[in-house]
Design a protein around this ligand. Structure first.
Ligand code: C2E
Ligand code: MG
Ligand code: MG
Ligand code: MG
Length: 279
């Protein structure tokens, strides 16, 4: 019943906009226990083409604590990265989401799974083998999976990072550069890493029709990605105006609250039933 508890009780796992800047980081030992007990679970948000057909679903980690409150990723991903818990967290979220994904494939749905990874994951040379092993356990092939890399922190060991990314590509995983235009997600990396997809940060998407500078960045990122033969994704599409802007500029895929929020697995499955055809 402190201020933090009160804030979290208002947190909507489908929409972390409002609590985001107010949430305090969590304790490492508490996080460790939550990961071990599989309390960090996947939500799913579709990436749609301009005809509203699903192309892939992004996995977003959600932590429901002992008091049934949801803690948003901004409060625990940085802690996981600082403490090394990120390795176990990534594998746990990956495993749970692949398990759901294989069920949806068996039902006849056709789309890809997109999982967020951190630059910290690239410190582990066996990371690609670990992901492949989990996927194959569920009879999912690596080329049905996209890995979204957010560079919120600089890759300390660039050579090793590039090595692990190349191994992931060789196994068939697709690579996506997330939050392009922010953090360390730079042009230099487009030249060195074999990315398949570029996600334009919502800072250059939401309300872009009212912002000439953002609009210029959206346009040039899209055309740059096209020249590099990458799939472009606009994130943070919240309104019909946002949708129109990104379609006009030629973005391939669209993600955001306007069409679909992140959903719990059961909820996402009903979304599929109503919004997607089986093959
Ligand atoms: P991200 O990968 O860029 O994910 C998109 C974020 O935008 C998600 O926030 C999503 O809920 C939110 N979002 C989706 N549509 C809209 C919209 O229309 N408007 C606005 N304002 N927001 C929208 P979320 O779930 O709070 O995640 C925040 C970040 O935490 C993610 O950003 C990602 O960097 C990180 N993250 C989440 N799950 C994982 C994970 O399993 N592993 C790792 N390493 N990072 C994760
Ligand atoms: Mg992402
Ligand atoms: Mg993003
Ligand atoms: Mg973003």
């Amino acid at each position: 019943p402190d201020q933090m508890g009160e804030l979290l009780s208002k947190y909507d796992p489908a929409d972390s906009r409002y609590t985001r800047p107010l949430v305090k980081p969590v304790r490492g030992d508490v996080l460790q226990e939550a990961v071990q007990k599989d309390r960090i679970t996947p939500y799913f948000q579709p990436k749609l083409d301009r005809n509203k057909k699903i192309a892939s679903a992004e996995v977003l980690a959600r932590w429901q604590d002992n008091n049934q409150l949801f803690i948003p990723p901004i409060a625990f991903i940085p802690v996981a990265e600082d403490t090394g818990i990120i390795q176990e967290l990534t594998l746990s979220v990956f495993k749970q989401s692949v398990a759901h994904f294989s069920r949806w494939l068996a039902m006849g749905y056709k789309f890809k799974l997109a999982v967020n990874i951190s630059t910290e994951n690239l410190k582990e040379l066996t990371f690609p083998d670990q992901l492949e092993e989990i996927a194959s356990k569920y009879h999912v092939s690596c080329d049905q999976i996209i890995l979204e890399l957010t560079e919120s922190r600089l890759m300390e060991n660039l050579v090793k990072g590039l090595d692990v990314l190349s191994r992931l590509r060789l196994k068939g995983f697709a690579l996506s550069i997330d939050d392009f235009g922010t953090g360390y997600s730079s042009m230099e990396h487009l030249n060195r890493i074999p990315f398949n997809e570029l996600k334009i940060d919502r800072a250059f998407v939401h309300d872009v029709h009212q912002d000439p500078a953002a609009s210029a960045i959206l346009e040039s990122s899209t055309s740059l990605a096209k020249k590099l033969r990458m799939v472009t994704v606009a994130e943070g599409v919240e309104t019909p105006e946002d949708w129109r802007s990104v379609v006009n500029v030629g973005c391939d895929l669209i993600q955001g609250f306007y069409r679909a929020k992140p959903m719990a697995p059961e909820q996402f499955e009903s979304w599929l039933v109503t919004n997607s055809k089986v093959a």
